[in-house]
Ligand binder design. Sequence first.
Ligand code: FAD
Ligand code: SF4
Length: 518
Amino acid sequence: MARAKGLRRLVLVLGDQLNLDAAAFDGFDAAQDAVWMAEVAAESTHVTASKPRTAMFLAAMRHAALALRAKGITLHYTRLEDAANRGSLAGELAAAIERCSPQCLVMTEPGDWRVRTALEGVAAAAGCPLEIRTDRYFFSTLADFAAHAHGRKQLRMEYFYRALRKRHQVLMEGDQPLGGRWNFDAENRQAFGRTGPQGVPARATFAPDDVTREVLALVDTHFADHPGSLTSFAWPVTRVAALEALRSFIAERLPQFGRWQDALWPAEPWLWHAHLSAALNLKSLSPQEVVAAAVAAQRAGHVPLASVAGFIRQILGWREYVRGVYWTQMPGYQAHNALGATVPLPEFYWTGDTPLVCLADALQQTLAHGYAHHIQRLMVTGLYALLLGVAPQAVHAWYLGVYVDAVEWVELPNTLGMSQAADGGLLASKPYIASGKYIERMSGGSLCARCRYQPALRSGPAACPFTTLYWDFLLRHTALLAANPRTALQVKNLARLGDAERAAISAQAAVIRSGDLP
Ligand code: FAD
Ligand code: SF4
């Protein structure tokens, strides 16, 4: 790369910042400024990234690079396979500063504390000012959340969400929620009956073009020993494809989204979910346009209010809330381990090879597609790790590695706070715990009917490991759960167990924890 003469700004664009209308481009002058992007191995190895996740990021980056070049913008782009690639974002940025001698660096807020501090460190060492600008691809700023959190004893998604609905006038009539309610869970969140899902729309797929095919081949060779498969890779990796994914979701899935939001069925990964998280997190879509499209469909009478409200709660509520939690709590947040969990993550999380049918189903589709829907993440893979007592940092490394939508600001609070209850109740008001009977109910019995275990049994050779571990969890954390009004009732059920059964449950849980299944 030739040394740029008189470079004013070098605009840094990371793999999750692919919107060309980002704040970092405000005031961009193609005559004096340039853009820097780098594909580096460390982003796929600091936690072991699955092949679908790495391919998602690299394919989207290469398409964004083409769009930048088409606009006549000078781009300093390092490819993964470049011989001089230093292998880390910090190394590549240092090299770019040495080559280009920019007067300053500009970027939009990154999505990861580790990356932010690394790049700030490089800029400081090089004596090059780094300006970090507010990310407009959120409804709230980090300062908004900090102001909301200030002085509160408890953080709760609900309060922040309602404030955002009011401020942005989303599904509102004046200061009242449209339909008179904030929450439509009673209509939403149903379980499938025994006949299962009917008429699931085909997933919107995007056949890999030449650029993506090149990335898939690169990832398959460069990260040959990483988990996951690329044979069914069909994610939207361009802005145009992301818009088509949004259009098809609104037209075909959103009407039933709320109703089946929590339901499970074997070999049905996609159901009525949006599959938009990766496009949102890489900034191929803005949350504002996604919410606007959903509201417009409701206004036009195409979608029931309950479904739209359920969907908007996820984007305007959870998505904004977890980002605020992440940035106000980092860097200490990632070290929390309130339940003192120390068990290693079972090896089968990386292979999907387990006799627990619900887990095998969720894990195998995760490795095949880099995707699982929320209830699979929270109440199957996450629940099992929680009940088993896996170290939350090991669970975090897995979730950050495997999903195509995984960026730390959204993954870490969901994993450590919501799923593993490791933050002492900061993010969520209770641990999400259940026995195998929950999975049986939400899948209309379909998963358990294919399984060698029985969800109603607490101990013995046919007992469902989720159920054994659930009761063992109640026994291990009785005092904590009894003190929480949202879990006190679950603890009361322990009174039904005699001493002999308690001992049998504890002994069987210890065996499962050691890696042996009944
Ligand atoms: P849908 O179910 O259709 O929801 C619509 C959109 O709402 C999603 O695209 C997403 O942008 C947003 N959303 C829904 N739930 C959440 C939530 N809890 N937090 C933030 N946004 C939400 N989401 C990620 O984007 N990246 C992650 O790395 C991630 N890791 C997770 C780890 C665990 C342990 C859990 C329990 C959840 C995690 N989630 C993560 C949240 C959620 O599971 C995914 O956003 C969702 O499954 C993505 O699929 P979808 O686009 O079909 O979502
Ligand atoms: Fe999962 Fe237990 Fe049902 Fe088997 S019996 S599918 S392990 S919940």
